[in-house]
Structure formats: structure tokens, C-alpha cells
Design a protein around this ligand. Structure first.
Ligand SMILES: C[S@@+](CC[C@H](N)C(=O)[O-])C[C@H]1O[C@@H](n2cnc3c(N)ncnc32)[C@H](O)[C@@H]1O
Length: 256
């Protein structure tokens, strides 16, 4: 299954991808939640589940003394993550680590792809002696507004089709089934107010176009480009907003 829904910026020709400025405060907050009031030396090593190219991990941990291991079912490719971390190809449902090998775990935008979320969370908990931070973009909340009106609803729905509904309760149910307690749960709302190259809204629109027009050919390019031009006009007039939300859950082994 392809992972067409992602907030990761594309790798651009001639340079490393940038970290979206609109997400920086969110990433800083995730770092604090991962530490969970512990000094960094007590929060490591960290397991990053579904690490991809490591860019999101770098955005969350850069400049910090955290280190650890990234795992992904996909073969490791070009690593953009923090230096000094190991990267291993493994399925999070069967991790090649001893019990309690890590003091923290992180899993960003992977939950929606898990075939057996409870079993996977249980396996992550087996190898983690500390909090597990689960972050998942709630695609139901993706919203484009121009001149105060929502626009492009059909296109956005075609892009987000198949993403889990009622995400927060699904994460809750899977955690409970895995014997984990939710010690914190929140919704992060992220907004982008302009449409410009390297911006978050620009790259999300690129992903939508790539999927709808090129990969699945559900939408003709002309229809998509008309929509994008409408959004661009609104942005030029200061009348544009893109909203998205992410569920952030901090899980811990239930105490007996
Ligand atoms: C949308 S990407 C997220 C990458 C990165 N965490 C980020 O936030 O940019 C989802 C990643 O999860 C990986 N993945 C999916 N199921 C997995 C599993 N069972 N075990 C390990 N990795 C998995 C995919 O290969 C993919 O790289």
C-alpha cells in the first residue's frame, strides 16, 4: 500500500528538504511530551517506529542529546534523520529487541497504516520502559478555506478517503487492548495562512495533486489546477487558510 498521505516535505532537487516552519512549534511540543518531564539522558535510547527517511525525527530531536534506533518495514533509503542514530528494517509487530531496551518510543503518522494496531502497540510496549508518543494526522480535519468559505471539499475527501475515522477513539481502543494507559491525549491544530513554495500548504497541495491527478488519475489536471489557482488568489489577498489536526497520545504501561 502506498503512503500518499504524509506531511513530510518532498526531497527537492538540489538540496535537502526543509522542515516546514508551520510545524516547528508543534515539533517542539512533541519533544517536550516525549521527555515527559524527564531529563533527556533518562529518556534515551528512543525507538522511532516507522521512521521513513528520518526527517520528522530530526525535526523533533535536532539539537538535543537524544539518540536511539529508527525502524521501518521499508528498506532504509537516503537517511535525512539525526546523525548517530541506527536504522533497522523491521516490522513494528515483531521487533528485534529485548524487553525494555528503550526508555521512550515515538510513532508519527504510522498508526493509520497498522494492520493490527493493538498487537503493534503491545510489541512496542514490550521493548519500551517508558512513555510511547503516538502522533497521527487526523485527515478528516484537513480543510482549505478561501475568502471565508470552505473550498475543494470533494478533492480533499478523495485524497483522504480510507483514512481512519474517529481516530482518537481508535487509538484509545487499541491502547486499552494492548494493556496501555493513556496518560495524555490532545489535538494539535496546525494552520497555514499562505500558499508559497516550501510552505506546508504548498506541499500538501502537491501531494494531493500527485495522488489524484497522476497516481490514481481520479481528477483531471485542469480541475485541480483551477482549484489551486483559486486558493492562490485567496492567499495573495490574505484570505487563505489551510487547517489540519493531529491526535497526540502519550501511552504508558498500565500499572498493576
Ligand atoms: C507516512 S510515513 C511516516 C514517516 C515518518 N514517521 C514521518 O512522520 O514523516 C509511514 C511510515 O511507516 C512505515 N510503516 C508502516 N507500517 C509499519 C510497521 N508495521 N512497522 C514499521 N514501519 C511501518 C512505512 O514504511 C512508512 O515509512
Amino acid at each position: 500500500m502506498t503512503h500518499h498521505r504524509t506531511l513530510a516535505p518532498p526531497v527537492r532537487r538540489g538540496g535537502a528538504p526543509v522542515i516546514h516552519a508551520e510545524l516547528q512549534r508543534h515539533y517542539d511540543a512533541l519533544y517536550d511530551q516525549l521527555l515527559n518531564r524527564r531529563p533527556a539522558r533518562e529518556a534515551r535510547p528512543v525507538l522511532d517506529v516507522g521512521t521513513g527517511d528520518g526527517l520528522t525525527l530530526a525535526a523533533i530531536t535536532q539539537g538535543s542529546p537524544l539518540h536511539g534506533v529508527g525502524v521501518d518495514t521499508a528498506e532504509p533509503g537516503h537517511w535525512l534523520g539525526p546523525v548517530g542514530w541506527s536504522v533497522i528494517q523491521a516490522d513494528a509487530q515483531r521487533l528485534p529487541f529485548d524487553d525494555r531496551s528503550f526508555r521512550s518510543a515515538l510513532m508519527v503518522d504510522v498508526f493509520e497504516w497498522l494492520r493490527h494496531p493493538a498487537a503493534t502497540l503491545g510489541e512496542i510496549a514490550r521493548v519500551t520502559d517508558g512513555p510511547i508518543l503516538v502522533v497521527q494526522t487526523d485527515w478528516e480535519g484537513l480543510w482549505f478555506q478561501a475568502d471565508k468559505a470552505e473550498v475543494g471539499r470533494h478533492l480533499v475527501r478523495a485524497f483522504t478517503r480510507g483514512a481512519p475515522e474517529q481516530l482518537r477513539s481508535r487509538i484509545r481502543a487499541a491502547s486499552t487492548e494492548a494493556g496501555l494507559e493513556i496518560s495524555g491525549s490532545s489535538i494539535a491544530t496546525i494552520s497555514a495562512e499562505t500558499l508559497k513554495p516550501n510552505g506546508l500548504a504548498w506541499d500538501v497541495l502537491e501531494s494531493i495533486r500527485r495522488y489524484l491527478v497522476i497516481e490514481s488519475a481520479q481528477v483531471r489536471a485542469r480541475r485541480f489546477d483551477d482549484w489551486r489557482a483559486e486558493l492562490q488568489r485567496a492567499s495573495d489577498d490574505g484570505q487563505f487558510t489551510m487547517l489540519l489536526r493531529r491526535v497526540v497520545a502519550l501511552l504508558e504501561r498500565a500499572t498493576v
